[in-house]
Design a binder for this molecule. Structure first.
Ligand code: AMP
Length: 389
């Protein structure tokens, strides 16, 4: 997700710049001012409460703001990212935003402040007042809005300076120049963020071969926990020996070991654009682990993809594979194949359902040739990458 807050006094050009940014980066636009005006037009309880405060140029209470903004955000969990205009406007609202982002397992990437001297704001707003139809675009109310801005909103900047995500742009330049400066900041931010894919599918759906090929095409690091465990055994490390013992006794590898291996992989992958996870997370516990691990690196899951193949075809594919040189020890017999399919059904399907509710899972038809499926997944990934960069 790409989440941006546009900051600045009334008349700084936040609305104008927003129009361009939401299209360029495919963001969901949230203007608390617009939301409040809609509440007023709809004559809702919140609208009635806010109306007289807005008319005087004061700030509406944080309680009202949290209600309208929470609803808008939770109604759109699948958004590619949010662009906030006119929010946060108080120190309390900065904390509210932190909480809301946390709820979506994401964070604010940057706050961009459009710096404009007070007299320029007044002049622009008076001009806008001639055509905006907004009753708060008159001099008396404008002065009060600026007073509120200086007293309550400007201190919010320190919150973001402390977090290291504050950027300032000179807002008296031309629209195009301001545009250009904002784009540069956002692109710089995007180049820092990782593109992380979780690839799901039943055994035999082609996750492994597709995952490897997709990682190569998109320059991502392929993270397959099964293969990582094998590598660890082959390296004969202390952990490798422990894993072998567990395998030989038919026991599952505990999450502690898997976490360590993934953590090592994330820490050693310095210059990567992102990761493709295959075979992890397999359980609900592991899904929390992945969220936590990525969060530790200031990142999160970008897209979740599930390759769907009908059960009968899965069985026939796994059976065919069991008769070739590519046969894995775990699909050497029908009983083992069925056991793996069942494991996926009972442990991993709930994880996919959880993700589907939280972020939405992109379902890809896994029937047809390798290239056909590859093209389908690539297309789904490309739209994500384009939206991120
Ligand atoms: P705007 O359209 O952003 O200029 O907002 C118009 C008016 O709505 C402001 O002058 C405030 O009265 C109210 N308002 C908008 N956003 C907020 C907010 N985040 N907190 C408090 N009041 C707000």
């Amino acid at each position: 997700m790409l989440n941006i807050a546009l900051f600045g006094p009334p008349g700084a050009g936040k609305g104008t710049q927003s129009e361009f940014l939401i299209n360029k980066y495919n963001l969901f636009y949230i203007s608390t001012g617009d939301l409040l005006r809609k509440e007023i037009a709809d004559k809702t309880r919140l609208g009635t409460e806010a109306q007289s405060i807005i008319a005087q140029g004061g700030l509406v209470s944080d309680e009202i703001i949290v209600q309208i903004i929470e609803k808008t955000i939770t109604d759109n969990p699948d958004a590619n990212g949010f662009l906030f205009d006119g929010f946060p406007r108080t120190y309390i609202q900065a904390y509210i935003l932190e909480g809301l982002m946390l709820k979506l397992n994401t964070s604010l990437n940057c706050l961009i402040s459009l710096a404009v001297p007070e007299e320029v704001s007044v002049e622009r707003l008076l001009n806008r007042g001639k055509s905006s139809g907004r009753s708060d675009d008159n001099e008396k109310v404008i002065r009060n809005r600026l007073k509120e801005y200086n007293e309550k909103t400007l201190p919010v900047l320190q919150f973001y300076r402390d977090k290291g995500i504050y950027h300032e742009v000179n807002g008296i330049e031309t629209i195009e120049k301001v545009n250009h400066s904002i784009t540069r900041i956002i692109n710089q931010e995007l180049s820092k963020s990782l593109f992380n894919i979780v690839l799901f599918g039943y055994p035999g759906s082609g996750r492994g071969s597709q995952g490897k090929a997709l990682a190569k095409k998109f320059g991502l690091e392929y993270v397959a926990t099964g293969a990582m465990l094998e590598e660890e055994i082959a390296s004969n490390s202390e952990t490798g020996k422990r894993i072998r013992d567990l395998y030989e006794n038919g026991q599952l590898v505990p999450d502690e070991i898997v976490v360590q291996l993934i953590e090592k992989k994330l820490a050693s992958s310095k210059e990567v654009k992102g990761f493709i996870f295959k075979g992890f997370p397999r359980t609900l516990v592991q899904s929390y682990i992945l969220d936590g691990l990525l969060k530790k690196y200031g990142s999160a899951i970008s897209k979740i993809i599930e390759i769907e193949v009908p059960t009968l075809e899965l069985i026939s594919r796994l059976d065919a594979r069991s008769k070739t040189a590519a046969c894995m020890p775990y699909d050497s017999s029908t009983a083992k194949i069925v056991k793996r399919l069942q494991e996926h059904e009972t442990k991993t399907v709930p994880v996919i359902e959880k993700y589907n509710q939280l972020h939405g899972v992109i379902k890809i038809d896994g029937r047809g040739s390798f290239d056909e499926v590859f093209d389908r997944i690539s297309e789904a990934m490309e739209s994500g990458i384009k939206n991120m960069r």
